[in-house]
Design a protein around this ligand. Structure first.
Ligand SMILES: [Zn+2]
Length: 304
């Protein structure tokens, strides 16, 4: 089995990355279904994909990424537009699956693919519906702990002394979940005391449980503060964009709608889930070595 893998890899180095990208794009296509149907409490299995006009979508018009490009984002049956979200989710899932394979040992790679899928799905539901469903937050936390135990390489442990490594990895996951939920809960409470209004949803707190289980405490701390930085940058960018490009095509009176938007942007109306998820992915795939070294430098300064 290993020999086969090595052999194929030696002759066609692009084969497994491409295969996993396509696999990810197919999973992304399923995530698109989840993003639409889970908030409506519909089954994610039946009925099969259908257009806004009610017609079934044929399999050859339902290929991840490709169909959207070929059809230029319009349904073949009636020409009604399909959101750019579909190919974005598919390409993003495919890319993160491929990075998992290329960057990590096998156990962590599998965990990375599952983690990416949970974060993408939860983030888009939060963007669309302004809430994070429990099955991703609490479910992600429980599933994350199971994966810590089953795949200790998720937290950098070997798999030689299996039960011992599994227990160590589980503890890292529990620490992460505990630190992440506690940190965001306290920041939320302090922000509420200052702003005198609800600053953070409890869904974000539960979501940090899932992120901590996959990322450990360093990743959890990074996700909370990195998410806040990304969120602030996002709000500033959005306000600047509105300021520069104005309110073209806005039928309501400009001053009123502008005021309302900036207020809702500063309050609870900005979904924080996608920011937490983006920072968590940045840590998981790219910055973990750097961030972990930073924290160990700080603690060696403090406890010297
Ligand atoms: Zn149609």
């Amino acid at each position: 089995m290993i020999d086969q893998y090595e052999l194929i890899h030696a002759h066609f180095p692009w084969f497994f990355p491409l295969f996993v990208f396509i696999l990810g794009a197919i999973v992304g296509s399923f995530l698109n279904v989840c993003i639409i149907r889970i908030p409506k409490e519909e089954s994610v299995v039946t009925p099969p994909s259908h257009c806004a006009c009610g017609k079934r979508i044929a399999w050859y018009d339902n290929l991840p990424i490709l169909s959207w490009i070929i059809l230029r984002g319009k349904a073949r049956c009636c020409g009604s537009p399909f959101s750019i979200r579909y190919p974005i989710v598919e390409a993003l899932t495919g890319a993160l699956f491929m990075f998992s394979l290329l960057l990590f040992p096998m156990g962590k790679a599998v965990a990375g693919m599952i983690f990416s899928s949970i974060l993408i799905c939860a983030s888009y539901i939060d963007l669309n519906e302004m809430y994070l469903p429990d099955r991703f937050t609490i479910g992600g936390f429980i599933f994350g702990l199971l994966l810590c135990f089953a795949l200790p390489s998720l937290h950098g442990f070997g798999e030689s002394v299996f039960v011992l490594d599994a227990m160590r990895s589980l503890i890292v996951g529990l620490e992460g979940a505990f630190v992440g939920t506690a940190l965001i809960l306290w920041i939320g409470l302090i922000a509420e005391a200052f702003l005198r209004k609800e600053a953070m949803g409890f869904g974000d707190v539960k979501f940090m449980g899932a992120i901590g289980a996959f990322c450990g405490w360093q990743g959890a701390v990074f996700a909370v503060f990195g998410g806040a930085v990304l969120g602030t940058a996002g709000v500033i960018f959005f306000l600047a964009y509105r300021l520069v490009f104005g309110k073209k095509g806005d039928s309501s009176t400009p001053s009123e709608s502008g005021e309302e938007d900036s207020q809702t942007l500063m309050g609870r109306q900005v979904p924080f889930g996608p920011m937490l998820a983006a920072a968590a992915l940045l840590y998981f795939f790219y910055l973990h070595t750097f961030v972990d070294r930073y924290f160990s430098n700080i603690s060696s300064l403090l406890y010297r």
